[in-house]
Ligand binder design. Structure first.
Ligand code: NAP
Length: 265
C-alpha cells in the first residue's frame, strides 16, 4: 500500500482542498501517515512559501515531494487542485518524474569560537541592520576577491534564482545547473569604494567566504527562505552548495523555461 504525508498551510482554501484530497486518497487505497518518515511521497499543499516552510521544519527531506498549488505564484507547486485526480492516477501507476534541486548551506563562525549552520532551498541574504552600509571581505575558496560595501549580499541556488534574486537583478538559472549565484545588494562603486556590481556564479564545489571588515559589519541579518535571524560577533560565514538535494515531482510536462514564460512574461 502506498503511503503519503500531507504538509499544508492553514489558509481556508488549502484546508478545503486537503479535505477533498484525503477523501480521494482513501478511495484510491493510499494511506496518509502522521509523519514524513517511511512514506513514498510528501504532498505539500499551499504556495511556494509552504514548500519553503516544509523544508525548514522537516530537515530538507529527500523523499519525492509533490506540490499542490493553493498559493499565488506557485513556481515550485506544479499541480493545480483541479488536476489532483490525474495526479493520483500517475502516482499509483508510478508514472511521476522527479527533478533534483540543489540546496545551499551557510556555516556561521563567531568571534567566541561558537558556530551555527543553516540550509536554504532559495537563498541566503546577508545584510546590515541599520542605515549604514556594511563592509565585507569576500573570498572564493582561498582567493580574496573584493572588499564589498553596500546593503548586503544574496547567495541563491538555481531554485531561488526566480525569487528574491530575480527582483534584485540576478540571472534566472535552470535548476539542472549545479551552481550558486552571488548577487550584490546596492553595491557602492565609486572612487572611495570598489564593489562588483553584477552577480557572479560559483561552481558546485566552491565556497564563498564572507568576513566582516569592522565592528559595525559584524552584526548581520541572516535571511534564508523567509526566516530572519540577527547575529552579533560574526567572524566569518562560509556559503556553499550542500551535498544533499531535494526531489520535486514534475507535473504537466512543462520545462523550466515554459514556467518562466508563464509566470514572469
Ligand atoms: P512570501 O511573501 O510568501 O513569498 C514571496 C513570494 O515569493 C511569493 O509570491 C512566493 O510564491 C514567491 N516565491 C517563493 N519562492 C519562489 C521561487 N523559488 N521562485 C519564484 N517565486 C518564489 O514569503 P515567504 O513565504 O516568506 O517566502 C520567502 C521568499 O520570499 C524568500 O525565499 C525570497 O526569495 C522571497 N522574497 C522576495 C523578495 C522580493 O522579491 N523583493 C523580498 C523578500 C523575500 P507563492 O505565492 O507561491 O508562495
Amino acid at each position: 500500500m502506498k503511503k503519503v504525508f500531507i504538509y499544508k498551510n492553514d489558509v481556508p482554501r488549502t484546508l478545503e482542498i486537503v479535505k477533498s484530497l484525503e477523501g480521494k486518497l482513501a478511495v484510491s487505497g493510499i494511506e496518509v501517515a502522521d509523519t514524513p518518515e517511511d512514506v513514498d511521497l510528501i504532498l505539500c499543499v499551499g504556495g511556494d512559501g509552504t514548500l519553503l516552510n516544509l523544508m525548514q521544519n522537516h530537515e530538507f527531506p529527500t523523499i519525492p515531494i509533490a506540490g499542490i498549488n493553493t498559493g499565488h505564484l506557485g513556481f515550485f507547486q506544479e499541480i493545480p487542485p483541479e488536476k489532483i485526480d490525474e495526479f493520483i492516477v500517475k502516482f499509483i501507476e508510478g508514472d511521476l518524474m522527479v527533478q533534483p534541486y540543489n540546496i545551499a548551506k551557510a556555516d556561521i563562525q563567531f568571534e567566541d569560537g561558537s558556530e551555527i549552520a543553516y540550509r536554504a532551498l532559495n537563498e541566503f541574504v546577508i545584510k546590515g541592520q541599520g542605515t549604514h552600509p556594511i563592509h565585507l571581505n569576500i573570498s572564493i575558496n582561498e582567493s580574496f576577491i573584493e572588499r564589498f560595501s553596500g546593503d548586503g549580499i544574496i547567495v541563491s541556488t538555481p531554485a531561488g534564482s526566480t525569487a528574491y534574486n530575480y527582483s534584485l537583478g540576478g540571472a534566472l538559472v535552470d535548476p539542472r545547473l549545479n551552481l550558486l549565484q552571488v548577487a550584490p545588494m546596492a553595491p557602492m562603486n565609486n572612487t572611495a569604494y570598489r564593489s562588483l556590481t553584477s552577480s557572479i556564479l560559483l561552481p558546485a564545489n566552491d565556497s564563498l567566504i564572507i568576513k566582516p571588515c569592522d565592528e559595525q559589519s559584524s552584526t548581520l541579518g541572516i535571511l534564508f527562505d523567509g526566516q530572519n535571524k540577527v547575529y552579533s560577533g560574526i567572524k566569518s560565514i562560509e556559503l556553499c552548495l550542500s551535498r544533499r538535494k531535494i526531489n520535486l515531482v514534475r507535473f504537466g510536462g512543462t520545462t523550466f523555461w515554459d514556467k518562466v514564460k508563464s509566470k514572469f512574461l
